[in-house]
Design a protein around this ligand. Structure first.
Ligand SMILES: *Cc1c(COP(=O)(O)O)cnc(C)c1O
Length: 355
């Protein structure tokens, strides 16, 4: 039976990206050696990093003056590296979920933190709209896609102070105006590559402005200067990222990814809104195109396990919602086909007919 992978992360990747990475793990570049056993400083590996950086810049239309870094540690390490490198006195945070809260918590160890708005009052089911950005803060931190709650900021907001965004789960799902951001970062395992890789896009001239000592490994300047090669980078995950960057380019780039995301989301949200059993959890104007969250209506709540079992029996994988929200979550990253979403919709309709 065909499986449809709706996992939230690590998550679905194009089959050919997985096959190409697997092949390189057996024999990299006709060297007779595995990608796992070569030096990151090998002559034939540097072109992998160079091409990945170049494609990153090309696909996201990154202007001059920005560096693309490939690091370890996950988005979670960035939560502390961001204040280490940018917080001198005061930082502003928009709290839209668990990941945003974690980022904010790390910053508190470095200076004053202003939470400019929060949607915690309604379990993060919406993106706050009315907030004032303090012009005396060193930066504003936002989380563009809230993986757990299925909400998303889908435009590049105007900020009078440097804007820093965690885009772990929606990078490459739409064109972005990078010039509006001082830094963008994320774990690669949602929409870019296998787990083990962190990507960072940073404006070079924004670095070096804080007065504190920054440990070498946590200083972005170290990695800018050394081209992500200060220490051993995650070699295999970088290769998988390159394969996916090539795949995205060959399939129309981020504009095409956006159209696909809109199409998938339209189909699935339409069914959630139509089906008598289900209801979406996020407010309509805050809905994510990447993580689509829904629950059973109050009167059908007892069917939760039945629907999960039914969906699993039809080949749906990973549709169980995060424990903070309950119900169901269909993560629809770039590699999810429209056919996959249609299969899930069919499941929901069949289940509705049974009840
Ligand atoms: C998954 C996720 C994280 C955590 O990423 P790690 O790489 O596991 O540290 C942070 N932010 C968002 C928005 C996420 O979806």
């Amino acid at each position: 039976m065909k499986k449809y992978n709706f996992n939230a992360g690590p998550s679905i990747l194009p089959r050919e990206v997985i096959e190409q990475t697997a092949a390189a793990c057996l024999d990299f570049d006709n060297s007779g050696l595995s990608l796992m056993e070569i030096s990151h400083r090998a002559k034939n590996f540097q072109p992998v990093v160079d091409e990945a950086v170049a494609l990153f810049k090309e696909l996201l239309n990154i202007p001059e003056g920005y560096s693309v870094l490939f690091l370890g540690g996950g988005a979670s390490l960035e939560f502390c590296m961001v204040p280490f490198n940018f917080l001198e006195k005061k930082a502003a945070y928009l709290n839209t979920g668990v990941w945003a809260t974690k980022a904010e918590k790390e910053a508190k160890a470095f200076g004053e933190v202003v939470e400019i708005a929060s949607s915690a009052d309604k379990n993060f089911t919406y993106i706050p709209k009315n907030f004032t950005i303090p012009t005396d803060a060193d930066y504003l931190h936002i989380t563009t896609n809230n993986t757990i709650y299925g909400t998303e900021i889908r435009e590049d907001i105007d900020s009078p102070i440097p804007l820093i965004a965690d885009m772990s789960s929606d990078i490459f799902s739409r064109p972005i105006d990078v010039s509006k951001y001082t830094m963008i970062y994320g774990g690669a395992q949602k929409n870019l590559a296998m787990a083990g890789l962190t990507f960072v896009i940073v404006k070079d001239d924004a670095l070096g402005k804080v007065s504190r000592h920054i440990p070498t490994m946590l200083d972005y300047r170290t990695h800018v200067k050394k081209g992500s090669m200060f220490n051993t980078p995650p070699v295999v995950p970088i290769y998988s990222a390159l394969m996916n960057l090539r795949y995205m380019k060959a399939h129309g780039g981020v504009k095409a990814m956006q159209e696909l995301a809109e199409k998938r989301a339209e189909i699935l949200y339409a069914e959630i809104d139509r089906n008598k059993l289900f209801v979406g959890t996020a407010e309509k104007d805050s809905r994510s195109l990447m993580n689509i969250t829904f629950v059973l209506k109050e009167e059908y709540k007892e069917l939760e396990k039945d629907f999960l079992d039914f969906a699993t029996s039809k080949g749906m994988v990973g549709v169980k919602g995060h424990r903070d929200v309950g119900g169901f979550r269909a993560s629809c990253y770039n590699a999810m086909s429209v056919e996959g979403v249609e299969a899930l919709v069919k499941c929901m309709q069949e289940f509705e007919a049974m009840h």
